[in-house]
Design a binder for this molecule. Structure first.
Ligand SMILES: [Zn+2]
Length: 232
């Protein structure tokens, strides 16, 4: 079979046999690709230096006739995020790995945009914003101007509620209050870098994100496991 080339982001590495790695990549043109990197854990393998997470890569591979293809070459083209964001970046990889499965053409630009968002916001807001972007682009969220249940437009100044991992209008029921200020704050953080949320709104946002992930059977990242409001 003809060799293929693409840009790639490394999502996961799974040790295979004594010396090899099974690697999951997101690519812009080929979606998620799973490839065997033969001998990648060997001391002299050129893959040893390149196949680390959080780098932009260029890869070349031979697709399998049936099943997994073989990685032929991998080169680095810069870091995805600064060292200060490494841990948060790894959390984004874990979430993207759950959201974008093999056969889905999406994932590469979504993850790239999430990393950019992470690195251009204050740290606490940045991780929430990056998760929010990934969940949104994977189709798991509605927007902040409409009820996610009935689809009606909601006025900027109206109180909304959070219930069952959905943002709903007052006609559709009750739940944890989502103030107009909080909706405006989230929209602001998603749009520009200098917006901060209050500690309370940030905590509430984390809880909303955790609930959406749990609703879709995803593994919750550290710091997003508290699923009910803190007792006052
Ligand atoms: Zn509604």
């Amino acid at each position: 079979m003809a060799e293929l080339m693409d840009q790639a982001l490394l999502l996961r590495r799974i040790p295979y046999s004594e010396t090899s790695l099974i690697c999951h990549f997101l690519t812009p043109a080929h979606g998620r690709v799973t490839l065997m990197a033969r001998g990648a854990r060997g001391a002299k393998s050129p893959f040893r230096a390149t196949l680390a997470p959080l780098y932009r890569l260029h890869i070349r591979w031979r697709p399998g006739r049936s099943g997994m293809g073989t990685l032929l070459d991998a080169g680095r083209a810069g870091m995805l995020v600064d060292e200060a964001y490494m841990l948060d970046g790894l959390q984004l990889l874990a979430i993207a790995s759950q959201l974008f499965q093999e056969g889905d053409p999406h994932g590469f630009s979504e993850l790239s945009d999430a990393m950019t968002l992470l690195a251009s916001r204050h740290q606490d807001e940045g991780l929430c914003a990056a998760f929010w972007l990934l969940l949104d682009r994977a189709g798991l969220l509605g927007d902040l101007l409409h009820c996610w249940q009935c689809g009606e437009a909601v006025a900027d100044a109206a109180l909304m509620a959070w219930k069952g991992a959905q943002l709903i209008c007052s006609d559709c029921g009750e739940g944890g209050a989502v103030s107009p200020g909080m909706r405006k704050g989230i929209a602001g953080v998603m749009r520009q870098g200098n917006v901060r949320l209050s500690a309370r709104d940030l905590q509430h946002w984390r809880m909303m994100i955790g609930q959406v992930m749990r609703e879709h059977g995803m593994k919750l990242p550290e710091g997003f496991r508290q699923l009910s409001p803190q007792p006052k």
